[in-house]
Design a protein around this ligand. Structure first.
Ligand SMILES: [Zn+2]
Length: 134
């Protein structure tokens, strides 16, 4: 008998967007963000307070899974624990918010249109979205 989930909202919205809910959305191919109720700024990852004005009136919003490469770089010296080299990371402009992501497939340049294509997850359950060129 499974009693999982009782007392826990499944996935979206339990008032405040958590990293867990954000990660779960990415695994399902969705992106969530937070819109500030005071200054209207939108961020692509969960924060405790609005980075622009400090407000904690943050509403969970659905973000586009398509965007444009705002900036990109190739990681030739990976962080400790990562064996892969020469992979591309980018800040993807989703329109409402910008999001740090890995790029996969054909090399993308600044201004290229990209779409959410998957994710990476490390041993600690930290999820990073992957995008590829459209
Ligand atoms: Zn704000």
């Amino acid at each position: 008998m499974t009693d999982r989930g009782s007392g826990r909202a499944s996935g979206i919205d339990a008032d405040r967007l958590t990293h867990e809910a954000w990660s779960e959305a990415v695994r399902e191919g969705d992106l969530r963000g937070q819109r500030c109720g005071d200054c209207d700024a939108v961020q692509g990852t969960p924060k405790a307070a609005c980075p622009h004005c400090g407000s904690t009136a943050l509403e969970t919003v659905e973000l586009s899974t398509e965007g444009v490469v705002y900036t990109e770089t190739t990681v030739n010296v990976p962080p400790l624990g990562v064996d892969e080299r020469g992979y591309q990371v980018a800040v993807v402009d989703l329109g409402d918010a910008r999001l740090m992501a890995r790029l996969e497939g054909e090399r993308a340049e600044i201004g290229d249109r990209v779409v959410l294509s998957g994710y990476d997850e490390d041993d600690d359950g930290y999820v990073t979205p992957r995008f590829e060129r459209q």
